[in-house]
Design a protein around this ligand. Structure first.
Ligand code: H79
Length: 601
């Protein structure tokens, strides 16, 4: 019996529970009732059962987050004042009294909303699921709810956007999922209140809020049958007990349902990891990609500019390249990427988002094989040229560095069959060295091109922890991701550098081996903003001291190289390199990407 079949056989039937109002359940685990007295307990799911339930989600790797609601109308401005930050937090950030916020409901009329168009945009981008806000913190329900009047049914917009989107998703084979806020700034019974909310709390009853909360959850489950429920706002008024109960109730109604970890209170801040003993099917890092992934399922949610809800003054858009790199970064660590769009008050996804998604889609159409259905790559440490995902005995090396003509898979000791560019026949030359596997890329990329190399192993990947050392040309790459650090500085995966160099206690250290000694030039790659320039950077490499002044490079992600030295290093040396900042600039000394020792012939 295979693991999957075993899981089906072991899951008890649902027939003992009275939930007659719910549609037939789609999970393959629910047929043939055997023991009616047995109650399905989602908290006792077998690992194989969970694998089965999570399968589509793990394979998908890429989803669209949609933040849409009344906040899309003011779009980050209130009474003529701009509120930077997240547009969907405007009610809180501008401290808008409920009575002043409520009239937005009568302005909600997104006549341009076209569910099919939204789904087309997501699908063309290569996304496999959509998570839309049924209710954000302002409490406004984006469906015609029978609980109260604070919902789209009582706006001039006489349609049901969730229904239209759910139907469009089903037609296109995209999984439809819902984000739902536990926290509620509008409902008179939600407690505790925010400091700026001056409504008297007399008579407020949190249990009455819970009844509405549960009732609305039942409604959205019944009406839209979401594949994922994505809770948020669990840091106020919520408890572990309520989280467990909600998780169990929802999974009993729909055993195949996937629920994020914010249904419970075990989330460790924005890193999104889950504390032991708490429920939730996946971790939810927000606006960050974990340095090393997690041992459990996770999904990083991120914005394309700085706001989730539409913000008319936020034009700080990430490039399509960054979005692709983020997606691949998540996949290379075994996680999903949930990328946000914030449609306008008229119901349109901003053009800037559409353009970027189209570019991501173009890349995914060619290279999606390196993302969908992959698991984390076998390499523990970040590599300077890109990321690696894995499917069985195949590795996909995604080369972010378009200038690289050679890549090194550090410590890879498995036997290699062949290597080739994805979808190309020509074989690439590989070389097994004591430091790992080198792949000769034969050609550099077109400007901006992200190439994918497929490395076909003869066996499962075996990676050893090899010390840093010289490549075939005798050069040494001391990449920031490999450094041991002290002080405040830490590796930022998105920028591939040591950032937050804000104190004099910060340092980076590498140990490396030099077999063939000689003269080396020292190339430091770093970025620095103009108004934070001027830090004196000290280097000590194999006992030789060097120094330079970090100048503005045009921004914190605009990397430039400075060449120092040369220095002499003897053959057969075990050397140490260390970088420190000797003076404290305005914000931070620099973003340090790498120190490279280039051997003179
Ligand atoms: O919906 C989007 C944002 O509006 C929402 N989550 C994404 C998906 C969001 N809610 N809050 N925040 C973003 C920032 C809030 C952070 C804090 Fe906390 C809440 C700081 C303290 C309480 C949660 C608990 C995060 C850190 C500790």
């Amino acid at each position: 019996m295979t693991a999957a079949v075993l899981a089906i056989a072991m899951l008890p039937s649902l027939s003992g529970i009275s939930t007659p109002s719910f549609p037939t359940l789609s999970a393959p685990t629910l047929h043939s009732p055997t023991n009616p007295a047995q109650i399905f307990d989602p908290l006792k799911e077998t690992p194989a059962g969970k694998d089965l339930r999570m399968q589509w989600w793990r394979e998908a790797r890429f989803g669209m987050f949609i933040h849409w609601g009344l906040y899309s109308i003011p779009a980050g401005e209130w009474n003529g004042k701009n509120y930077p930050g997240a547009g969907e937090w405007l009610m809180n950030n501008a401290q808008i009294p409920v009575a002043d916020y409520e009239p937005l409901q009568q302005q909600f009329n997104p006549v341009k909303f076209n569910a099919k168009e939204w789904v087309r945009i997501a699908k063309e981008a290569g996304m496999k699921y959509i998570v839309i806000t049924s209710k954000h913190h302002d409490g406004f329900a984006l469906w015609p709810s029978k609980f109260g009047t604070w919902n789209v049914g009582n706006s001039p917009f006489k349609r049901d956007p969730l229904k239209e989107l759910a139907d469009a998703c089903r037609e296109e084979g995209i999984k439809f999922c819902l984000y739902h806020s536990i926290l509620d700034w509008h409902h008179p019974d939600f407690l505790p209140r925010e400091g700026w909310d001056k409504r008297p709390t007399t008579g407020a009853d949190f249990n009455r809020y819970l009844t509405v909360f549960r009732g609305q959850l039942d409604e959205i489950m019944q009406n839209y049958d979401p594949a994922v429920l994505w809770f948020d706002g669990e840091w106020k008024g919520w408890s572990h007990e309520l989280g467990m109960q909600t998780y169990r109730d929802l999974r009993r109604k729909k055993p195949s349902l996937i629920i994020n970890n914010r249904v419970d209170v075990g989330r460790a801040g924005m890193s999104g990891s889950t504390a032991e003993g708490h429920v939730g099917d996946f971790g939810t890092p927000e606006q960050e990609i974990p340095a090393n992934g997690f041992a459990y399922d996770w999904e990083s949610c991120m914005t394309m500019n700085g706001s989730w809800g539409y913000h008319k003054n936020d034009t700080n858009w990430k490039s399509a390249r960054t979005l692709i790199e983020n997606l691949v970064d998540c996949a290379s660590k075994g996680g999903n990427y949930l990328l946000n769009v914030g449609p306008t008050d008229l119901g349109e996804i901003p053009t800037a988002s559409i353009e970027r998604l189209a570019e991501v889609g173009k890349w995914m159409k060619r290279n999606g094989e390196s993302v969908y259905g992959t698991v984390a790559g076998p390499f523990k440490r970040p590599m300077p040229w890109g990321k690696v995902t894995r499917k069985g005995n195949t590795l996909f090396a995604v080369v972010f560095d378009e200038k690289a003509d050679k890549i090194e898979l550090p410590g890879l000791k498995s036997k290699v069959n062949t290597a080739n560019y994805l979808r190309e026949r020509a074989l690439l030359i590989t070389e097994a060295t004591d430091r790992g596997l080198t792949v000769d890329l034969r050609r550099t990329g077109e400007p901006g091109e992200i190439r994918v190399v497929q490395v076909n192993l003869a066996e499962a990947p075996l990676v050893e922890d090899v010390p840093l050392g010289q490549d075939a040309d005798g050069n040494v790459m001391l990449f920031s991701g490999d450094a041991k650090t002290t002080g405040n500085t830490r590796f930022e995966a998105d920028k591939k550098c040591l950032g937050f160099w804000t104190d004099l206690a910060s340092s980076a250290t590498w140990e490396f081996a030099v077999k063939k000694g000689g003269s080396f030039k020292v190339e430091v790659e770093y970025a620095c903003e103009e108004d934070s320039s001027g830090a004196t950077i000290g280097l000590s490499i194999a006992g030789r001291a060097l120094e330079f002044e970090a100048q503005g490079t045009g921004g914190w992600s605009s990397f430039k190289k400075v060449t120092l030295g040369p220095i002499e290093i003897d053959s057969d040396t075990k050397a140490t390199a260390m970088v420190v900042a000797k003076s404290k600039p305005k914000y931070a000394a620099m973003n340090l990407r790498s120190v490279r020792l280039v051997k003179s012939p």
